[in-house]
Design a protein. Structure first.
Length: 240
């Protein structure tokens, strides 16, 4: 048993009279055990911590240098095999489609919130579904612009200036009026799509042509179909 007692003796016992190791002082004045050292340069006020400087550097936009890239310019940085003139034309077209698609997307959400009447539930769900689909198109267009070396339009005030879809009033409107506005927006967007797809095809920008034809035209035509059938003048309870 004596051997067991010896083996279980406290490990620190042999060091009882040894001098304590000196605390390792950091450059900022704190010990390695995390406790501050009296008289060290630890901070000037309660709760301050000079050891880790994690203070965000705010308001940098007030002293901003020139932007990384100006809107309207086209960089040739990415080697995608397209001429500068082709990229420039495609970026201009895509920014127009982007502004119109953002506008249409947001019109769908407005109508999703404000729709009223006997078809409320159907239109409420349909408008939100179309909003989500338009949001996917927005991202696809914007990323295509960046791939081409352009700068995608993004903020609401810039979109409002650029969009070719007429301004929608803030008021709550009847469902048929909402539907008519949406169909008008789709028509404007699709007319531009057909024009731009043709131009992208002629300039050799196959990626832009494919985006417009395969995603924008297909999605918008499908949405036109779903929305249009809601305003067909058809009796609900008696066949004519
Ligand atoms: Fe919702």
């Amino acid at each position: 048993m004596a051997s067991i007692a010896k083996a279980t003796a406290p490990k620190g016992a042999a060091l009882k009279n040894a001098p304590a190791p000196a605390a390792k002082k950091t450059a900022a004045g704190a010990s390695s055990n995390g406790k501050s050292i009296a008289g060290g340069n630890v901070g000037k006020g309660v709760g301050s911590n000079a050891v880790v400087d994690i203070q965000p550097r705010l308001n940098q936009q007030q002293h901003a240098p020139s932007p990384t890239q100006r809107y309207g310019t086209v960089s040739q940085r990415l080697p995608i095999g397209l001429e500068e003139a082709t990229r420039q034309e495609s970026v201009t077209m895509l920014n127009q489609l982007l502004a119109d698609t953002i506008t249409l997307r947001d019109m769908y959400k407005k109508h999703h919130w404000q729709v009223v009447g006997p078809t409320f539930y159907q239109l409420h769900l349909l408008f939100d579904k179309h909003y989500e689909e338009q949001a996917i198109l927005v991202d696809a267009i914007a990323e295509r612009i960046q791939i081409l070396g352009g700068v995608a339009v993004a903020m609401a005030h810039d979109v409002a200036e650029l969009s070719s879809i007429p301004r929608v009033p803030r008021d709550r409107e009847e469902a048929p009026v909402q539907v008519s506005r949406l169909l008008d927006g789709h028509r404007i967007l699709l007319e531009n799509c057909h024009d731009y797809a043709d131009k992208a095809d002629k300039s050799g920008d196959d990626g832009t042509n494919d985006l417009i034809v395969s995603q924008l035209i297909r999605t918008n035509e499908m949405q036109v179909w779903f929305v249009s059938e809601h305003v067909v003048d058809s009796p609900l309870i008696q066949a004519e």
